[in-house]
Write a protein that binds this ligand. Structure first.
Ligand code: S5P
Length: 279
């Protein structure tokens, strides 16, 4: 059991009604980590080699609140190398979030949690589309149960990419289907558009967490249709965690960038506290 360092602010004070309403133990764990590290940054570690991944996590680990991976992006993946990465995440108090964007029927998604990468054995969180129906959440949870673990699903309610097909109606259905499901950790929202994000926030009503990709301190368009918004604005609009990839791993000084994103995210979270209803 990890020694519990004193945090400067209690998670219940910082997270208010989300702390009360999000009963998912992993959501609570995330909220505690944010207070220990004073950071709402989820690192999108989109790198191609095991060494680069481990170096990056070693560098920025103290400033991030969770680690998001794309396991199938790694050229030199090995089970042992991945175990080392998982250990490094554990040392840095980071939940592992595999952004697999599962989308198949429940039974196949359960099987895909196994396979070569055996995602069910190391990932605490995964992403899923609800396009084939939200039984996918049961399938993914059954995958974790197959190895006596529990995890949480982030359903994609919005996307940051230009031209995506996740309409308002689709978002409403995702939220309605996921908001009371204990297997759902939260929703992915569009960090590049504060108006859209605020609508998602109202629909979710603090009952689940909202994590947002598509944020960068250099606002504008990214590569191949990616769109970016400002991290402070995303948090003020209702984001509970900013997913940052190239803003950290794509710059000369990733550690400095991670510190800066952490500072900005925490300041915005405290700013949001001033309006109790937006806790
Ligand atoms: O709508 C989305 C959903 C996700 S999970 N848009 C996204 O960009 N993502 C992921 O966030 C994407 O797969 C990538 O890992 C990260 C964004 O990376 P960045 O380099 O653009 O910050």
């Amino acid at each position: 059991m990890r020694a519990q360092p004193e945090w400067l602010m209690e998670p219940s004070d910082v997270w208010g009604h989300r702390w009360e309403r999000c009963e998912n133990p992993l959501a609570r764990r995330y909220m505690e980590v944010t207070c220990r590290k004073e950071s709402l940054v989820i690192l999108a570690a989109d790198l191609r080699t095991m060494d680069e991944l481990k170096d990056l996590v070693g560098l920025v680990g103290p400033h991030i609140a969770a680690l998001k991976t794309h396991v199938d992006l790694v050229d030199d993946w090995t089970a042992d190398g991945w175990n080392e990465l998982c250990e490094l995440a554990e040392e840095n108090d980071l939940m592992l979030f595999e952004d697999r964007k599962f989308a198949d029927i429940g039974k196949i998604s359960r099987g895909q949690m196994a396979g070569v990468y055996d995602i069910r054995s190391w990932a605490d969180l995964v992403t899923a589309h609800g396009i084939s129906g939200t039984d996918i959440v049961d399938g993914l949870c059954a995958g974790w149960a197959d190895v006596q673990r529990e995890g949480g699903v982030l359903l994609l309610a919005q996307m940051s990419s230009r031209g995506n097909l996740l309409s308002t109606k689709y978002r409403e259905k995702m939220v309605a289907a996921g908001v009371n499901n204990p297997g759902v950790f939260g929703f992915i929202g569009n960090g590049s558009d504060a108006t859209e994000l605020a609508e998602l926030g109202v629909a979710v009503g603090g009952r689940k967490l909202i994590w947002t990709p598509g944020v960068n301190l250099a606002v504008g368009d990214g590569e191949m249709g990616q769109r970016y918004g400002n991290p402070r604005e995303a948090i003020l609009a209702g984001s509970d965690g900013i997913i940052v990839g190239s803003g950290i791993h794509g710059v000369n000084n990733p550690r400095g960038a991670a510190e800066e994103y952490a500072r900005v995210s925490w300041a915005a979270k405290l700013e949001r506290l001033q309006d109790y209803n937006k806790l």
